[in-house]
Design a protein around this ligand. Structure first.
Ligand code: SAM
Length: 374
């Protein structure tokens, strides 16, 4: 590993991907040329130095989004990636196939907004064929969801996370910059009708959507879905994060307990990921909290992220990237090379909470969430 570190594979700064390198060398960007002999095949399960096993890939299939959420882009100008840098569907499917060969069994398609990318359903078929045993999930803002739920179900999507930060149309426009509330709400109903497992994700914003808590709890009481409030994280160089906007999970729970009888859900470990979940007495769904800042879940983190231009990130709170696009686009390099690089990167997966503490309240990573994929 030391040699690879010296060769620059682990550098944080990134530059233009070079498609080719001198014979016998592999170019991973930032001037890093490593001998091909160092990148040999592996078929191992992905484990890291903290005894964690990586099983979950979150793949951003576009950095483009049809919303401008205040916590994600801070209302700043957005310059999308050049089209040629965005991984083609064939490249994404190859990555999924390689990940599956490393025992990754859960793949989440995210973005940007994944449903804005043309040919999404053709890609979904390719992705499923590339990893027939994997469970595929989708994260969407739901604006384009109406009319698609049955097709998503038929295409083998096992669950859908829908971002919805408020139940008030006016507030929705204020947070997202768009009038999409009615469409999202319709999309949620259709997704439930289609039999999809639905989770609603809301970023908890003090002074912005505090008044939505009773509505969220009522939604989870009435409908068979999970509503999860996510602590606002200082992600992105221009993040709007501030102490004033941060609404911590302890305060949310205290308020929620006044609004409903919450019963801790014993099954949460199997299906809720990092969320702490509660059943609502007499209700159909569940309420949950994702304590991204106040109670980290690094010990159980089993995920990798790949940006839409093929940068592998092993921790949400680290800007360290492993550039896979140059490998995918180099005809001399095989799936074995990709496997080995993913295994090496996974081995060095950091503990994000340490990084978070080191940065204190400042942004923990420079890249925007819309580019990373959440
Ligand atoms: N467009 C899709 C969507 O809206 O669900 C997928 C991408 S979005 C970046 C993925 C998730 O990240 C959403 O649930 C969003 O609410 C969440 N998110 C974005 N920025 C965040 C932040 N700073 N803190 C916490 N959650 C954030």
């Amino acid at each position: 590993m030391g040699e690879i570190r010296k060769a620059g594979l682990l550098r944080e700064k990134t530059r233009q991907i070079k498609p080719s390198a001198p014979a016998g060398r592999l170019d991973l960007g930032a001037g890093a040329l490593i001998p091909l002999t160092m990148v040999q095949d592996t078929s191992d399960t992905l484990t890291d130095t903290h005894n964690r096993t990586v099983r979950y890939l979150r793949l951003s299939i576009t950095d483009r989004c049809n919303l401008r959420c205040l916590y994600c882009r801070g209302g700043k100008d957005f310059f999308p990636m050049a089209h040629e840098n965005v991984l083609r569907y064939e490249e994404l499917a190859r990555l999924i196939r390689v990940a599956a060969s490393l025992h990754i069994d859960k793949v989440r398609l995210t973005g940007g907004e994944p449903l804005t990318r043309r040919g999404f359903f053709d890609f979904l078929d390719m992705a499923r064929a590339a990893a027939p045993l994997a469970s595929f999930r989708l994260t969407t803002n739901g604006v384009l969801l109406p009319g698609l739920a049955r097709r998503l179900d038929a295409s083998g999507i096992a669950g859908i996370n829908i971002s919805l930060d408020t139940l008030r149309p006016e507030k929705y426009r204020e947070i997202t910059g768009h009038d999409g509330f009615a469409a999202v709400r319709r999309g949620i109903d259709e997704a439930i009708e289609a039999g999809l497992r639905v989770k609603i994700n809301a970023v908890a914003l003090r002074g912005v959507n505090e008044d939505d808590l009773p509505g969220f709890i009522e939604l989870a009481r009435r409908l068979p879905l999970d509503v999860r409030l996510i602590e606002f994280m200082p992600v992105g160089g221009e993040s709007a994060w501030s102490e004033n906007l941060y609404w911590n999970a302890g305060d949310i729970l205290a308020r929620a307990n006044q609004l409903a009888e919450l019963v801790p859900d014993a099954e949460r470990a199997q299906c809720a990921g990092p969320a702490k979940m509660w059943r609502i007495a007499g209700g159909a769904g569940r309420f949950g909290l994702i304590t991204a800042l106040s109670g980290h879940f690094c010990d159980a983190c089993n995920r990798l992220r790949v940006t839409s231009d093929g940068r592998l990130r092993t921790c949400l709170f680290s800007d360290k990237e492993y550039r896979l696009a140059g490998v995918l686009r180099n005809a001399k390099l095989s799936d074995g090379h990709l496997r080995r690089i993913i295994a090496l990167a996974s081995k060095n997966k950091p503990l994000g909470h340490d990084l978070l503490l080191a940065r204190q309240a400042r942004s923990v990573c420079l890249k925007r969430m819309s580019a990373i994929g959440g």
